[in-house]
Design a protein around this ligand. Structure first.
Ligand code: URA
Length: 212
């Protein structure tokens, strides 16, 4: 099977490699490597975030774990039955995902949370392989515009045919659904662009379609 996870010392993005080396020197106890996806490859739902946060997923090694964005994401997954246990901002908190997997469009932490377009493209083969490795996949939640575009490119869909819109459910080819959401970032929740209700609405609509 093709690789869906970059190696610890993935060399593809020089800027991200330098940033990683700087973080390894400053924080040798952090994960400081591409963050592996979390959850079962047999899940029907895949959530695609943007990239690990510096002191969150890049430190803990699990997507959204320790990141501000993880608070709303994991609370919502627990509420809708896509997660079980207790989220405690640690990869050993015992939380498990149910019928759900989480990955990022870019697997390495970018400076200032902003991956460059060339880095988004360099990381895309891992998303392609990730999706190919999920035999039961029915739906993808794209968190934010960058993830939405990464998912459409990965699937070979035309962006003009499926414009990003919060809570939209796009029926793309092969019977797949792509659900859009504003990213559950601190900026979006603090400014009110995304409320808990709006975020939950995405999962409510998706759950109906997945017959849950
Ligand atoms: N943490 C992640 O792993 N991904 C995001 O998109 C944001 C925070």
């Amino acid at each position: 099977m093709a690789e869906h996870q970059p190696g610890r010392d993935c060399p593809l993005c020089p800027r991200l490699v330098s940033f990683r080396e700087m973080q390894r020197a400053a924080h040798p106890d952090w994960h400081n490597a591409p963050v592996p996806s979390f959850g079962d490859l047999n899940a029907r739902l895949l959530i695609v975030g943007l990239a690990p946060g510096l002191k969150g997923a890049n430190c803990t090694g699990r997507p959204f774990t320790g990141d501000y964005a993880g608070d709303l994401l994991y609370a919502t997954l627990l509420k809708f039955g896509y997660a079980q246990g207790r989220y405690d901002e640690r990869p050993d908190d015992g939380l498990t995902l149910r019928d759900c997997r989480i990955t990022n469009a870019v697997r390495c932490v970018p400076p200032e949370n902003k991956p460059l377009p060339i880095e988004q493209s360099a990381c895309r083969p891992f998303l392609v392989n990730e999706i190919a490795a999920m035999p039961k996949l029915k739906a993808i939640v794209a968190l934010g515009l960058v993830s939405h575009n990464a998912v459409l490119s990965t699937l070979g869909e035309r962006k003009a045919a499926f414009p990003f819109k919060h809570a939209a459910l796009h029926e793309v080819s092969k019977g797949l659904l792509v659900a859009d959401s504003y990213h559950c970032s601190r900026y979006n929740t603090n400014t009110g662009r995304l409320t808990t209700e709006m975020f939950e609405n995405v999962f409510e609509r998706l759950s109906e379609r997945l017959g849950r």
